[in-house]
Design a protein around this ligand. Sequence first.
Ligand code: ARG
Length: 455
Amino acid sequence: MKLWKGRFSKAATSSADEFNASIEFDQRLYKEDITGSIAHARMLGKQGIITLEESQLIIKTLQEILADIEAGKVKFTIESEDIHMNIETILTERIGATGKKLHTARSRNDQIAVDIRLYLKKETAAIDKLLKELLDALEKLAEEHVDTVMPGYTHLQRAQPVTLAYHLLAYYQMFSRDRERFADCLKRIDRLPLGSGALAGTTYNTDRDFLADELGFASVLPNGMDAVADRDFAVEFINCCAVTMMHLSRFCEELILWSSVEFSFVEIDDSFSTGSSIMPQKKNPDMAELIRGKTGRVYGDLMNLLTICKGLPLAYNKDLQEDKIPVFDAADTLKASVGIFTEMILTMKVKEDNMEHAAKYGYMNATDAADYLVSKGIPFRDCHEIIGKIVLYCINKGIAIEEMTMDEFKSFSSEFGEDIYDKIAIRSCISAKKSKGSTSFESVKAQLEEIKANK
Ligand code: ARG
């Protein structure tokens, strides 16, 4: 039934009805919608806008409708357009005229705004839990690999030796900031739009503070026009999803590389890999690739909502109905991606020996060799030049720096002594780092302790 049919002399065509309806995708807000309606009915009763008996009957019936929806007994219709009018129609079918009073002092504009905010509060909590599990997994893996040496890269070229724990804790920091970002975004989601009416407020003696308490919102939005018109909190939410996906995607890119024969640093578990329909030998890191691919989708969701909002005159416009599609998609995609990713890293096999072997080649101790000469009093720029020549010499000879004889070292600088061999051994290069937040074994242990202390 069309709840707004009074002013019309002609019905919409069925194709227009279908085009206009959002029930296909907004039905997942049924719980938030009923929760908001129950609070609204309670407020109307308390304020004497409807009688207490009417309020109680509406609340009881809405609870029954909720149970029926959850039991799969309710059929939504395109004719009733969206989740709000579907539920109101069912309510009125069940209790007649009393049901028709629920929409007093309310508009679908403040109703949908409160529904999305309730939904995003729930989703933010679910995402926080998943991110917490991911952080726990990273902490566990880092603890297991404080001693695992691997090449650190810049430009994807071997740069300086690091530990795997150090590398993993870099991601720990990124995902911790993602959690912070969601927590901060939540502050702006957690404000009540309900009670704003269509745009200008209502003529009834409503109590918006009571609604905020009932629904668990931290505060009431101070301007009704803003409350129904803006979706900045949803843009921010998708942005938080997009940044988290970006971090996941970088990590996935590394796992894809690391699981190639060329790197052979990790082996993703069979349960998170797939085969090829033609090449029998293939084991593909599809989950990691899909997370990387889905990152593009979430970026698209962000652009989608920003673009929906950019040209809208105040206040509500039907364009805003489209907001739910990117919001739902970003939340669903992120949750699925974080969940799979955590399981995937907890089950993958780390090939420590291959990592350490790779760390030995590629002249990654060149900076440490230069630092050695600095300690002998040679200015850093000169040391850089001397070691550069040594590296070129070693490349031509096909040896590592530490494979040079003492005579060879001396031919580049008389400052070299026997202790150079110890100073440029891979583990010494790592231990020698002194700055706060470095890859040294000691620093990484301190980083882990700080993580534990701040949990
Ligand atoms: N289905 C609509 C939406 O999702 C609800 C609000 C409709 N308001 C209106 N004035 N047509 O945005």
